[in-house]
Design a protein around this ligand. Structure first.
Ligand SMILES: Cc1cc2nc3c(=O)[nH]c(=O)nc-3n(C[C@H](O)[C@H](O)[C@H](O)COP(=O)(O)O)c2cc1C
Length: 319
């Protein structure tokens, strides 16, 4: 497997990171990704408080000797100061911040010897992260599941622009689920990729079976942008319920009318009971390239084989 600045920075085998996954980035998935040679990220937003997160971090430590990290989505309704204390207490070696400016936490995280990576939806925010002392940056393109930021820049442009303007290593996110796309990201200037949507179709993730079956049949056209009316644009799974939300937003719905669709409780019900008539779930366009639930290790093997194949095809071009 290729060695990149990112595999060296995190001491991992594959330049593949499991992105923060609200409610789903918990010990079973995180351990499986780190055991397979990628970097799993415990997603702090999945826990009610620091103690609950620390308990699950202990489970990861029991299940893998490989590096793992924690994703801190700054600005969500969770006790983020406590979570920061928690990652320092637990000697977590790597933190990915997202959502908002990580400046407030940088000194404490760096003083604890933690490698900090910020997830930025634009080159402007990526440069800001570099200036704050981040060790690497994730650039999240428009294709991604979840929040692509305001500029609607697709990964194809974003990665190359970030490579041109930054000195720290770049991790590409948004549209990466296959070996071909990992190789493409590297060619475009990234040193690794962060995947979210790909891991929704893994055996280990704690996502209700009914949702996984629904996802297996989805195409690249089966995502929809919602929450634009409240300035929190997000790409989500296209269900009747999500389309209803999009419709009422266009009709000028108030926050109180939108809230039942976007609340944390509704999302939790969707992922734990498989009821597609409540909540919305982030989903990227790359779902159109995935049609089967596999174990995380099989996903890594498949990606690796595809990288080798694509690389051989590339060499045969004899440029
Ligand atoms: C269901 C779901 C939940 C997510 N939750 C978070 C989160 O809590 N924190 C975060 O930083 N990113 C979150 N993301 C974004 C991913 O970490 C990742 O950046 C994104 O999925 C990459 O694009 P892709 O879906 O095309 O792979 C989520 C994505 C999905 C699909």
């Amino acid at each position: 497997m290729m060695q990149t600045e990112i595999t060296r920075l995190f001491s991992i085998k594959y330049p593949i990171i499991q992105g923060g996954l609200q409610g789903l980035g918990t010990s079973p998935l995180v351990s499986a990704v780190s055991n397979a040679g990628g970097l799993g990220l415990i997603t702090a937003g999945s826990y009610e408080d620091k103690q609950e997160m620390l308990k699950d971090i202990e489970v990861v430590k029991k299940n893998t000797n490989n590096p793992f990290g924690v994703n801190l989505a700054i600005g969500i309704r969770r006790p983020m100061d406590e979570f920061v204390e928690g990652v320092i207490e637990a000697n977590v070696p790597i933190v990915f911040t997202s959502g908002n400016n990580p400046e407030k936490y940088m000194d404490d995280l760096k003083a604890a010897g933690i490698k900090v990576v910020h997830v930025a939806p634009s080159v402007r925010f990526a440069k800001k992260a570099e200036s704050l002392g981040c060790d690497a940056v994730v650039v999240n393109g428009y294709e991604c599941g979840g929040h692509p930021g305001k500029d609607d820049t697709t990964s194809l442009t974003l990665i190359q622009k970030a490579k041109k303007e930054l000195s720290i290593p770049i991790i590409a996110a948004g549209g990466f689920s296959t070996g071909r796309s990992v190789l493409a990201a590297i060619v475009l200037g990234a040193s690794g990729v962060q995947m979210g949507t790909r891991f929704l179709l893994s055996k280990e993730i704690n996502l209700h079976q009914q949702v996984k079956e629904y996802l297996e049949n989805m195409q690249e056209t089966d995502t929809i942008m919602v929450k634009q009316s409240i300035g929190k644009k997000a790409r989500v799974m296209k269900t009747e319920h999500a389309m209803e939300l999009s419709h009422i937003e266009k009709q000028g719905a108030t926050f109180d009318e939108i809230f039942p669709y976007i609340s944390g409780e509704a999302y939790k019900e969707l992922i734990t009971t498989g009821n597609l008539d409540v909540g919305i779930m982030a989903l990227g366009q790359t779902i159109g390239l995935i049609d089967e639930v596999k174990t995380v290790s099989a996903i890594f093997e498949e990606i690796n084989e595809e990288i080798q194949l694509a690389f051989r095809e590339f060499l045969e071009l004899r440029i």
